[in-house]
Ligand binder design. Structure first.
Ligand SMILES: [Zn+2]
Length: 308
């Protein structure tokens, strides 16, 4: 039997769910849309929505996904891995050139399309697996669905109660970037969320091998230690967060406290028998034990990335 590729979506090899609360220790500004230029004296509101007759702020899953992809890319590059930028028109499928069996040069995406049209989906998946970078495999690309899903993060606990948060507004002076003078005497105001708000998040992964989970684990560690910030105004003392009540859940194809290697000769097995328990077929761990698992998985990334 040929190897089952973890990028395949027709088979479930593993489900992993990492959840907890993002707690901001600095003011947090998750705005709608793009950050305005420094000199623009505009008022920037925090993204908000209605829930049970109140207005709550939230962190969109797409923002969290953006943070994870961009830092995973930076960390993978630092280890010497070849990864694409992930930007529009720059993903692997859009930049890697290959030859078909007649010697004709095609982009990876076009070759995949060709195989799919000819009912060679196995071949299409194989060529994606062999040619696309780890970021495209984890986070997806134009032709390939993401293996990871980020929920929106709300200040709502597991029972559905709204948690405490406080909006506030800061006024600053808009400085002209060229002359350094105050820009027409203009002030800008920016809305933010006071430190101490708790946003419940969850990250769901399908079929990710241990080393790929390890790269995500590294991003989680760096978020928690304040190295990676979230939202806008990062250079002005905004956006540092920590992660509380971390929970790790994982279900293997066969019920076990071992997370097996999903990629022969590359991935490494991880034994969680000291830090986790089995619950209805799921490997489950909370708080310190969950952080131990994050550390173990990151250790796999460290080893695999070095030997890449
Ligand atoms: Zn790529």
């Amino acid at each position: 039997m040929s190897q089952i590729l973890w990028t395949s979506s027709s088979v479930t090899l593993r489900d992993t769910v990492i959840s907890g609360y993002i707690v901001n220790i600095e003011p947090l500004k998750i705005g709608a849309g793009r950050e305005p230029p420094l000199e623009a004296p505009v008022d920037v509101a925090v993204l908000r929505m209605n829930y049970k007759n109140t207005t709550i702020p939230y962190i969109p899953g797409s923002s969290l996904k953006g943070v994870f992809r961009s830092y995973a890319t930076i960390f993978a590059k630092a280890k010497g891995s070849r990864v694409c930028s992930g930007l529009s028109k720059e993903t692997c499928g859009e930049i890697i050139k290959l030859r078909d069996e007649f010697g004709k040069e095609l982009l990876l995406n076009d070759l995949i399309d060709l195989y799919i049209k000819e009912n060679m989906s196995r071949k299409a998946m194989e060529i994606f697996f062999n040619k696309a970078c780890l970021m495209c495999k984890i986070f997806g690309s134009t032709k390939y669905m993401s293996k990871i899903y980020f929920s929106d993060a709300y200040p709502i606990d597991e029972a559905g109660n709204v948690l405490d948060f406080k909006f506030n507004v800061r006024t600053g002076i808009a400085i002209d970037r060229v002359t350094g003078a105050v820009y027409g005497g203009a002030l800008y105001t920016t809305e933010y969320i006071e430190p101490g708000a708790k946003f419940r998040f969850s990250i769901t992964c399908r079929n990710l091998p241990n080393y790929a989970l390890g790269l995500l684990a590294l991003v989680i560690e760096r978020i928690n230690d304040g190295y990676i910030k979230i939202g806008g105004f990062k250079s002005r003392g905004f956006g540092a967060v920590k992660i509380e009540e971390l929970k790790f859940k994982n279900r293997e194809a066969e019920s076990s406290l071992k997370m097996r290697s999903l990629e022969p000769s590359i991935d490494l097995e991880v034994d969680l028998s000291n830090v986790a328990r089995l619950e209805n077929g799921w490997i489950v761990a909370e708080k310190n034990d969950a952080w131990e698992i994050i550390k173990k998985l990151r250790g796999v990334w460290d080893i695999v990335a070095k030997s890449d």
